[in-house]
Design a protein around this ligand. Structure first.
Ligand SMILES: [Zn+2]
Ligand SMILES: [Zn+2]
Ligand SMILES: [Zn+2]
Length: 485
């Protein structure tokens, strides 16, 4: 095992956490620690007809593989680029007449690749797939049962003419992808579209308050030469200055839950007890559960808090159901009702309030009710900023959406401030070459120009804005930033 000389990282024994990765020199905020192409990746079952199986972008009218009729691509260029990894899969799908689920497809792709390259793909690989954790021994009986079903499907799918593989190894790989599989998002970074395996990234341990973040880079699909196209490369980027020898960490879960909830989720999905500093000290738990003093200056009773918490949780379930049915007016109705009940008791950093604010601002923007949406978005951003790491990617994206909402609401000063703030964060988490950063840069220039005009002459500003709105709505990665429904 050799390490690419330019990558400032090394594997080390991280105590109870097993192996970990640490920097070999000081790193600065926003620096790319390493970049890695996926060992293998597949599009999720639910999106197999809408997402390109080569570059993982969403496409309105993708080109279909004439042979298996399962794989879809942006165009022939993407199809050609993917043929090497699709060839065996294509014939296996034709043989059984139907594509198996994403886990089975991924494990088969991993095995075809191992058999072709004997497991070690490049000089920059720090580990082998054999050495990755599978956590089979810690899985619950139910999880194991599901895994066994996948293993069985795998053997009906795996072609007789491919080299035989033992059941233990196949189970190991299913275990590896279930706790180490990385979710790939679309070009806007908003929707999960695939799952992939990045062996070096698997060595980076979790911390709820991490010093690094992972971002997927879709490459340059406009290049005529397919070799410039996406190899589904991830970048590990430093979120803050990191000294040489310090462990590099990422977060496997969203930070916006109290420590016991995060620990439970990590135990269920990744089979470990989080002992990170923020969990051990319950850092920010108090803010996330914060309540307002009652009129006589006392704390609301435990009973009142419990009732409102239950009410909030139930409301969220109803909101999700209404949203899934596309009943957005009902979503808004429940959100308003919930916020009204929460307002006298919960403080604005309380996660129950923040979840409702987030949905309310997003759905109201979608319904083009930008004034009310902007108010909720502002409260959400204020709360997020007290809770999240200052360079958290989700925080950056939320501020960006809030900025766009304010712009639509005609609140140009606030919009420009939010866009600039988001840009500052995304330059660290996504870097200057990411499509979202480029969109933000354009928005920043636009709002800056509008703000200057607004300060000079409000009347001219408003008429210009009307013109801008009718000709070219503000967009992110070529699409209007409104919907995540
Ligand atoms: Zn494509
Ligand atoms: Zn095919
Ligand atoms: Zn933790």
């Amino acid at each position: 095992m050799t390490v690419e000389k330019t990558d400032p990282v090394e594997v080390f024994g991280a105590g109870l956490k097993g192996r970990g990765l640490r920097g070999t020199r000081d790193l600065s905020a926003g620096e790319v620690v390493f970049a890695e192409a996926s060992f293998a990746a597949v599009v999720l079952d639910s999106l197999s007809l809408q997402v390109c199986h080569s570059c993982f972008r969403r496409q309105v009218n993708p080109h279909r593989c004439a042979q298996c009729k399962f794989a879809h691509y942006c165009d022939r260029t993407c199809q050609r680029a993917a043929w090497d990894e699709h060839r065996k899969e294509c014939s296996a799908i034709r043989n059984i007449g139907k594509a198996p689920n994403e886990n089975v497809r991924l494990v088969a792709r991993i095995l075809w690749r191992i058999q072709k390259h004997t497991g070690l793909v490049s000089d920059s690989q720090l580990t082998t797939l054999d050495m990755l954790e599978d956590h089979l021994s810690r899985m619950t009986p139910e999880d194991l049962k599901e895994l066994k079903v996948d293993v069985k499907t795998f053997y009906t799918y795996w072609p007789k003419k491919s080299k035989a593989v033992g059941e233990d190894y196949v189970s190991h790989l299913f275990g590896v992808i279930s706790c180490n599989g990385f979710t790939l998002s679309d070009q806007r970074g908003l929707q999960s579209v695939g799952i992939g395996l990045f062996p070096n990234l698997c060595l980076v341990n979790h911390d709820c308050w991490p010093n690094c973040t992972v971002i997927l880079n879709h490459g340059d699909q406009s290049a005529l030469d397919a070799s410039f196209h996406s190899s589904r490369r991830i970048e590990l980027r430093a979120l803050e200055p990191i000294s040489a020898g310090q462990e590099l960490t990422v977060s496997y879960v969203d930070f916006l839950s109290v420590s016991t909830d995060r620990q439970r989720l990590l135990q269920q999905q990744y089979y470990f007890d989080c002992k990170c500093e923020h969990c051990v000290n319950g850092t920010k738990d108090e803010l996330m559960t914060a309540v307002k003093p009652t009129e006589d200056g006392k704390q609301p009773s435990a009973e009142v808090v419990k009732q409102l918490t239950d009410f909030s949780l139930q409301a969220l379930v109803k909101i999700e159901a209404a949203r899934a049915q596309g009943n957005f007016h009902e979503v808004i109705r429940i959100c308003r009702e919930c916020l009204e009940k929460q307002d006298p008791v919960f403080a604005d950093t309380n996660v129950h309030v923040l979840r409702v604010l987030s949905t309310a601002s997003e759905v109201l923007s979608f319904l083009q009710q930008f004034q009310e949406a902007a108010g909720y978005a502002q409260r959400m951003v204020d709360g997020y900023m007290k809770l999240y790491h200052p360079n958290n990617a989700q925080l950056g994206m939320a501020i960006m959406r809030a900025g766009v909402t304010h712009w639509h609401a005609g609140l140009i000063e606030a919009a420009h401030g939010l866009i600039c703030r988001a840009y500052g964060i995304l330059m660290i988490t996504h870097g200057p070459h990411h499509p979202i950063s480029k969109d933000l840069e354009a928005m920043r220039r636009q709002t800056e120009m509008e703000l200057r005009m607004f300060k000079q002459n409000e009347h001219v500003y408003h008429s210009m804005r009307e013109a801008a709105l009718t000709s070219k709505p503000m967009s992110v990665a070529g699409e209007q930033v409104q919907i995540k429904a």
